[in-house]
Design a protein. Structure first.
Length: 71
């Protein structure tokens, strides 16, 4: 089981590594039930304050990424 503290620490480390902050836009691409999605799409977002965008469908991820202009 991952603790809240573990998720926050991992989120901080990931944000530092990727230089993510409140000016960034990302796209959620991992399955919702996977722990990686919780880290990348929730925990890192809460710590850094960036915007997480959801694709319309698996088939449209590339087009959605262009439309959103992810950083």
């Amino acid at each position: 089981m991952l603790s809240f503290d573990n998720m926050v620490i991992s989120a901080r480390n990931g944000n530092l590594f990727d230089n993510l902050d409140e000016k960034d836009d990302v796209i959620a691409y991992l399955p919702l039930a996977w722990v990686g999605d919780h880290l990348f799409s929730y925990a890192q977002h809460y710590v850094a304050g960036y915007c997480v965008n959801c694709p319309e469908a698996a088939e449209t991820v590339v087009e959605d990424r262009r439309e959103v202009g992810t950083t």
